[in-house]
Ligand binder design. Sequence first.
Ligand code: URA
Length: 280
Amino acid sequence: MSLRRDAILREMGLGPLWRLRGSEPLEAAPALVAVPPEPATRQAEAVPALERMPVPEPRRVRPDLREGMQQAAIEALAPALPVPRSDVGDAVSGLDWETLEARIRDCEACGLCKRRKQAVPGVGDRQADWLFVGEGPGAEEDERGEPFVGQAGRLLDAMLASIDLKRGEDVYIANAVKCRPPNNRTPEAAELTACFPYLQRQIALIRPRLIIALGRPAAQALLNEEVRIAASRGKLFSHNDIPVVVTYHPAYLLRNLQDKAKAWEDLCFARRTMVGLKAS
Ligand code: URA
């Protein structure tokens, strides 16, 4: 492992752990695109394990739940989807970037507009190959108008760096809902539905090669089906013929350090998928 990647993984809260040769690989991806296998040298390469780092207070999880129950709790609290499609999309389907962002900033399509300081359309390279989709702005994002600028955002930046990506450079970052849900609660199905046309228009404008869904609400909004992150990892899904990889949300990873190594595997899978997409 290079010193640089070592440093980045440390920043993600990951340290080296040796994986046995021939140990269980991730579930094979369906043949949507040819995903190159890991190079032979990577088989013995360090795979991250956990280093202890301060764990912030859980966000939406009841404090009486034990750590091992948290993912189940989050999944139980996630909106009951599939998200019904709305035809609000007609109003934004032909918009250019500036008009789209102005429309998002003025949006009153759901109740989230009432308590927001500002809407948070998205940030990054508008011609990016990579689109990362989170859940919705938190307090800092609501304050600053940019997605993922709080603690989860710092972890997302480290996750990007771990696969040689950087915010704004061939990467666009958006959220499934553009306004902060009160108390950082999970967006409701109706809110996801109301906001979805904006994400859809962003996708149509960016035309990314690959979308990474960060957490369950983003995955369900994009895929319009019931998704369990643990069961969906290592598989390729598709949104309007654009491949979608599903992984854990950085805020979840901050509370569940044991799953950071899995997220790193997902990012490596995404990177291999991108290599295949570029070659095809
Ligand atoms: N969590 C999200 O899903 N999005 C943000 O922008 C910040 C935190």
